[in-house]
Design a protein around this ligand. Structure first.
Ligand SMILES: [Zn+2]
Length: 890
């Protein structure tokens, strides 16, 4: 276990490496407890580095066996080796070859970084700094080398041997039970993209012909017996490959593209060059085991990792501060892919829900940080919603600002100018500035300033001049380390809607017509004037969520109802309903806390009724419209003195009221969108199931025996996992015999399938009732649960901590104590998973005083422990250090 000794790493301290690595030849003899790694590096002094610098290679928990320079063994006085570094004092000032032999123990590797075992297989995870757990190396992304990898193993233990690149040779080792395989990757890459796999794996094969006519073999490796669940992943891969050619002109570059699904994985998936390694939950799917959401995630993650081949691998990051350069850009690309495969409006609504639930919450709390941080203690803690989701929003804003053609020109220039390089955010933005002759220097602030910008818009209509004036003021709340916010460049897409529901042309005072409805706000306060406006229009602001900001405007309930029915921007039709519901909920929470009642505005019921009855709206959109803001979203809007119980009660009452008011219509829609034919995973079918389950969810809120019976009936008759889980989720909210019966039936039906049992763990951990904590504690000793497997931990403990607002935030503090104790237990085994779990406390400062005190006490107990990993130490320190308060009112 690492102890907390590391100094912070600062962006401003970056300097080029003193040494370069031209080639890496690896020879790996796999063994469960003593894998021998012989690495031969061709090194040379970097002309841009410091002259005469020693050669210092990174390591972690390594034991050195032998070391030679140009085939001559080095005597001990020429070097010093510790588990965490290898220093060669006076290396030659010319190219030379260094051969390092180390021994590693994959079976003892519970951190799942470097070389480890997942089930019976060997696999690797090297991002961010895992390669140094395999051999001593210059473990930094700007050191790019050409890799050749030879792997050998017992044939019976690991019949399949894979590494990056193209296969070169393979065969038996005469006189032994062992065999070998050699792989060569001609594209220089940083070591975090290295991968190897060995094991007993089954392979599903297909092929793809690139736009220039090259044949690429596609292979998905899974545990034997699971081959039948790879079809959707394979289909998604082929669609992603075609899409990247069509949209960006990017072609795949090796002869083979491989995906390996493993069951022990810290993250979602990893884009290792030519050999993606996936958490099996993002590969395996069948109608009986995966929900529509699982299918959509598989499509998105497969595409995301594939798209990294260009945005991340061919062009990589200069240093880890530039993580958003590959992640934000690639999330944007996978979001656009999904939008074109499915429904653009529904995809956008889903992406914005995720952004608000995770990134906005992060930005408002003690873990807030810029999209490109300037300092870190542990880089693993920066794989965050801010880097990924807000990073994607920045790229989306570039597209809005520059238009489709300008954006494509910038991307083309980026690919041609930086292919084969390790780039920075400045390099990326310079391509768009150069390709479109646009000054983007102020736009760069999006990468440097944390916090969610707020835009206040005040409208005044002048009947005599037939003009509308908008006064726009932007502010950036103070955040840890950033007390003062500088104004941002905000592309604000807007519409002015007349009484007839049609958009009015946007004409400025000097007669200029505004293209695409976009105005650019870049100063603290600006005034916009629009002419030829015959009547006071209804404002539709930030259409398509053109900027990741909060907009405040005086909009009446009637205007929101009007927008929900008429806005030509589908996103803002949904947004109007959310704003209407949120304002009711925020008022309702205050009422409930002072002994009053929730008032349900008829405008919301009417607007939902109109949405459900509109034949022009797709079912997936209607399902999103029926889904009320999440408890965490309401908490974020309230901002301070948050009482999770009152929020839960207000939201439940609102949903019950919608269910009662719209009962017959919900039943009618439920019946009409229920498919009769066999299950299909396509977007239209998934949309109908989403609406069906949204109707069931609201109908079941009453808890009437008829509604419970309806859910039970759906559970029993479902021929697919989406409908089964939809019914189970509706039942889970009611402590009735049918719930216990169905939960037990579910486990018995799927007990041999860990990914489905995870759904069973997650659902039980999410039940908002006091019995949940003891139930979760009891489930930690269930035979299907294991603290060693990150998916199990995330399903049971993660769902409790991150998704169960009332029970994690129990008034007696027992939820905090349980999660904090679990973090401490997990930390020595897997620091990354432990740190991620601890981040569930990220909104603790916004709680009402009694809970805040209990959460703080739990955090301070963790902070006071002597031996914490760097990962957990960093999170708990940032969480409890002074900083600014989470609430920014006033
Ligand atoms: Zn990624």
């Amino acid at each position: 276990m690492r102890t907390e000794t590391a100094k912070p790493v600062r962006l401003e301290d970056y300097r080029p490496p003193d040494w370069l690595v031209e080639t890496v030849d690896l020879d790996v003899a796999l063994h469960p407890t003593a894998t021998r790694v012989r690495a031969t590096l061709s090194l040379e002094p970097n002309p841009n580095g410091r002259n005469g610098a020693p050669l210092v290679l990174d390591g972690e928990e390594l034991s050195l066996v032998s070391l030679s320079l140009d085939n001559v063994p080095l005597t001990p006085e020429r070097y010093s080796a510790t588990p965490s570094s290898l220093t060669i004092a006076g290396p030659p000032r010319r190219p030379f070859r260094l051969t390092i032999e180390t021994l590693v123990n994959p079976s003892a590797n519970t951190q799942l970084m470097g070389l480890y075992r997942s089930g019976a297989s060997y696999c690797t995870q090297c991002e961010a700094e895992g390669f140094r757990r395999i051999t001593y190396f210059l473990d930094r992304p700007d050191v790019m080398a050409v890799y050749s990898t030879r792997i050998e193993a017992e044939k019976s233990d690991a019949p399949v041997l894979l590494a990056n690149g193209n296969p070169v040779s393979s065969g038996d080792i005469a006189g032994t039970d062992r065999h070998f395989a050699v792989w060569h990757d001609p594209f220089p890459k940083p070591c975090y993209l290295f991968a190897l796999v060995g094991g007993k794996l089954a392979c599903v094969e297909d092929s793809f012909r690139t736009m220039s006519g090259r044949a690429v073999a596609l292979k998905i490796f899974v545990e034997p017996g699971k081959e039948g669940r790879c079809a959707y992943a394979m289909d998604s891969l082929k669609r992603a490959m075609r899409w990247d050619e069509a949209r960006y002109g990017r072609e795949y570059d090796l002869d083979v593209f491989m995906i390996v699904a493993v069951s022990d994985f810290n993250m979602g998936a990893m884009e290792n060059k030519g050999l993606n390694i996936f958490n099996d939950k993002y590969v395996l799917a069948s109608p009986q085991t995966a929900t529509d959401a699982d299918f959509a995630h598989i499509e998105a993650v497969i595409a995301h990792e594939y798209f990294h081949n260009w945005t991340g691998n061919r062009i990589t990051c200069r240093d880890w501060f530039q993580l958003c350069l590959k992640e934000g850009l690639t999330v944007f690309r996978d979001q656009e892919f999904s939008a074109e495969q499915r429904s653009r409006a529904v995809e956008r609504i889903g992406d914005v829900r995720v952004l608000r639930a995770h990134q906005f919450v992060e930005d408002a709390g003690p873990l807030a940080h810029p999209v490109r941080p300037s300092l870190y203690h542990e880089i693993n803690n920066f794989y965050t919603a801010t880097v990924y989701e807000k990073g994607a929003e920045i790229v989306r804003m570039l597209k809005v600002l520059l238009g489709d053609d300008g954006f494509r020109k910038g991307m083309d220039l980026y690919f041609s100018r930086h292919d084969g390089h390790a780039a920075t955010v400045e390099d990326f933005i310079a391509c768009f500035a150069d390709a479109t002759a646009t000054d983007l220097s102020q736009f760069l602030r999006w990468y440097a300033q944390p916090g969610t910008p707020e835009l206040k818009v005040t409208a005044s209509f002048d009947a005599r001049a037939r003009s509308l004036r908008l006064d726009v003021a932007q502010t950036l709340p103070p955040r840890p380390g950033h007390p003062v916010g500088e104004p941002m460049v905000i592309p604000l897409v807007l519409g002015l809607i007349g009484k007839d529901g049609r958009d009015l042309p946007l004409v400025t005072a000097d007669g200029r017509r505004i293209e695409r409805g976009m105005v650019v706000v870049s100063r603290p306060a600006e005034t916009l004037v629009f002419m030829d406006i015959p009547e006071p229009p209804v404002l539709s602001l930030n259409r398509g969520f053109s900027a990741p900001i909060k907009v405040f405007a005086e909009t009446s309930a009637e205007e929101l109802q009007f927008l929900a029915a008429h806005d030509s921007d589908a996103f803002n039709r949904w947004e109007a309903l959310q704003v209407l519901a949120t304002s009711l909920l925020v008022e309702g929470v205050a009422e409930l806390r002072s002994g009053g009642r929730l008032r349900v505005d008829q405008a919301l019921i009417d607007a939902l009724e109109a949405t459900l009855s509109d034949p022009g709206l797709e079912p997936a959109f209607a399902a999103q419209a029926l889904s009320m803001p999440a408890e965490a979203d309401i908490a974020r809007d309230i901002g301070e003195d948050v009482d999770p119980d009152a929020i839960f009660r207000a939201r439940s009452e609102l949903r019950r009221s919608i269910g009662e008011n719209l009962g017959p219509l919900l039943e009618d829609r439920y019946a009409r969108v229920s498919d009769r034919g066999p299950y299909r995973p396509d977007a239209a079918s998934a949309g109908r199931r989403a609406l069906k389950n949204a109707c069931l969810d609201l109908l079941a809120m009453s808890g009437s025996s008829a509604a419970i019976g309806m859910a039970e009936q759906q559970y029993e008759s479902a021929d697919n996992m989406t409908d089964r889980m939809g019914a189970l989720a509706a039942l889970a909210l009611h402590d009735v015999p049918a719930r216990a019966r169905c939960l037990e039936d579910f486990y018995r039906t799927y007990e041999s399938d860990p990914l489905v049992v995870d759904k069973w763990f997650a659902l039980q951990a999410s039940i908002p009732e006091p019995g949940t904590l003891p139930r979760v504690q009891a489930l930690t000793i269930h035979p299907a649960f294991s603290f060693a497997n990150p998916n199990r931990v995330r399903a049971l403990i993660g769902s409790f901590a991150h998704s169960n607002q009332t029970q994690f935030n129990r008034a007696d503090g027992a939820g905090y104590e349980f999660v904090a104790a679990t973090v401490v237990d997990l930390d020595p085994r897997n620091p990354q998973v432990a740190a991620r779990l601890l981040s569930a406390f990220k909104s603790w400062r916004a709680l009402e005083p009694a809970r805040r005190g209990k959460a703080e006490a739990a955090l301070r107990r963790v902070a006071g422990l002597e031996t914490l990993s760097r990962d957990v130490k960093d999170i708990v320190t940032r969480m409890t250090d002074g900083g600014v308060r989470t609430t920014d009112k006033g």
